[in-house]
Design a protein around this ligand. Structure first.
Ligand code: GLU
Length: 472
């Protein structure tokens, strides 16, 4: 099968998980069939399209590993759209309309109040030449609609199965705006036709577009492609809003989520396959099949991404991870032994960067520890005097914390919760948040940083106090 598909984002914002799912499914289908994956930038709307977003779309796709075989920009294809519009006009399928948006609105409201569907009433078709002249003299610019044939429109959708619409239940779509700019409905069909797209794979929100577009492909003499409409992504709360923060692909990247976690989740939600972590795209491609896609909305849960990312980190080979942190200032400390110790604590690249920073950072901000010096110095003393020598375990941690608590309790100044753990965390990690403190403690111990190093982080030099120990 000669497959050619396209992913057609509008560069009016950053890609979010919903768009990327469409991109990924197109990509998987193309690669599975040895086909062609086109990146089409839908930038007919000059006011809202921005080149920064086009650049961001490319960057996000690259990050995910979704390479494309060619790129087209609708803004550079206006000539083709004008020719197509001319062809439709000549064949009597494009007609001028003069209603203002307000008039159309009134029309729809009247229809609805009479219990009728709000379908364009084709008044413009009955306009006398005189009237059109008068509009033109008044400076009213027409917009143009496509005259739908009153017939049943049908196609065999690769996901939805047999799908049909009655054209009489639909409005003739506007194809050219008053300023002569072609709208998406026309541009998309001309592109699909001229660029010989074989399969149009997109979200279910486009199903009614498809119905009119089927007639458009036919009216323009193009082969009608095959269609696959995916059920939309939803969150537990409801619609996946384009503006919903955190679902932008770049926000996920900044949070350190692995790209294959995103791919693994988006390829599988809404299908009959279980969501599992995949280390690379070819492994995902193998199992791809439209038959597995369900009709119910796919529920997107960002927590699943974190889980997948964590699972992937657990199975990534050391060499791959080393490559990921090649720009980290502490990269030279990152050896296989360390990776084996910490990998189960890593969910995101951010976690890994944090760990390296925590373990090997050379200069800590000691000044802000001054107010906790009593607690920290006691904690260091207990560690060196009361904790037996030997490898550290969970029990070592528990014992240490218990002894610190006993000490302060016996002085009538008990320390617990945040009062206890926040200063310890700050001293050991130089941060207020991050991995479980127990894990930090154990890894510092296990990695040959035991007592001395930990103590040196607890003992600190400040302008007032010097404990002799070399500051770490
Ligand atoms: N630019 C359209 C969108 O983002 C493309 C739809 C299509 O795939 O035809 O919704």
């Amino acid at each position: 099968m000669n497959v050619k598909v396209r992913f057609a984002p509008s560069p009016t914002g950053f890609l979010h998980v919903g768009n990327v799912r469409t991109a990924l499914v197109n990509w998987l289908f193309a690669r599975k069939n040895g086909g062609y994956f086109l990146l089409r930038i839908d930038d007919t709307d000059a006011g809202r399209s921005k080149s920064e977003y086009t650049a961001a779309i490319r960057e996000d796709l690259r990050w995910l590993g979704l390479d494309w075989d060619g790129e087209e920009h609708q803004s550079q294809r206006f000539e083709s759209y004008r020719e197509a519009a001319e062809k439709l006009r000549t064949s009597g399928r494009l007609y001028a309309c003069y209603e203002t948006p307000e008039e159309l609105d009134v029309q729809r409201k009247m229809q609805t109040s009479r219990g009728l569907p709000p379908i364009y009433n084709r008044t413009a078709l009955k306009l006398a030449a005189e009237q059109k002249k008068k509009y033109a003299a008044d400076g009213r610019q027409p917009h143009y609609r496509f005259l739908l044939n009153d017939e049943e429109i049908q196609w065999d959708d690769l996901i939805r199965g047999h799908t049909h619409f009655r054209a009489t239940h639909m409005s003739d779509p506007v194809l050219l705006r008053e300023d002569g700019v072609p709208v998406y409905t026309l541009a998309s069909v001309v592109d699909d036709g001229e660029l010989a797209i074989t399969h149009v794979i997109r979200g279910e929100d486009h199903v009614s577009n498809t119905a009119v577009q089927v007639q458009l492909y036919q009216a323009l003499g193009f082969a009608v492609p095959q269609f696959a409409h995916m059920a939309l992504l939803k969150t537990k709360e409801g619609e996946l809003s384009k503006r919903l923060g955190g679902n932008d692909i770049r926000a996920l990247r900044e949070a350190g989520i692995l790209p294959m976690a995103v791919n693994s989740l988006l390829a599988r939600i809404g299908t009959s396959d279980a969501v599992e972590p995949f280390l690379n795209l070819p492994a995902l491609t193998e199992g791809f099949d439209f038959k597995k896609f369900g009709r119910a909305p796919a529920i997107y849960n960002p927590e699943e991404l974190h889980k997948l990312s964590a699972k992937l980190f657990r199975s990534l080979p050391y060499e791959t991870v080393r490559e990921m942190i090649k720009d980290h200032p502490q990269k030279n400390h990152f050896d296989k032994k360390l990776w084996d110790k910490i990998h189960s604590n890593i969910k995101t690249l951010t976690d890994l960067n944090d760990w390296l920073d925590i373990l090997f950072r050379e200069s800590f901000d000691r000044e802000r520890l001054t107010e906790y010096q009593e607690l920290l110095h006691e904690a260091a003393r207990i560690l060196s005097d009361e904790i037996p020598e030997g490898a550290w375990t969970d029990a070592t941690w528990k014992q240490w914390i218990a002894l610190i608590q006993q000490h302060f309790e016996s002085r009538g100044a008990p320390k617990k919760g945040k009062d206890l753990f926040m200063p310890l965390r700050l001293a050991l990690t130089n941060k207020l948040d991050g991995p479980e403190l127990k894990d930090v403690f154990l890894v510092l111990g296990e990695h040959g940083y035991a007592k001395d190093k930990v103590s040196s982080r607890l003992y600190f030099t400040s302008r007032q106090v010097s404990y002799g120990g070399k500051p770490y």
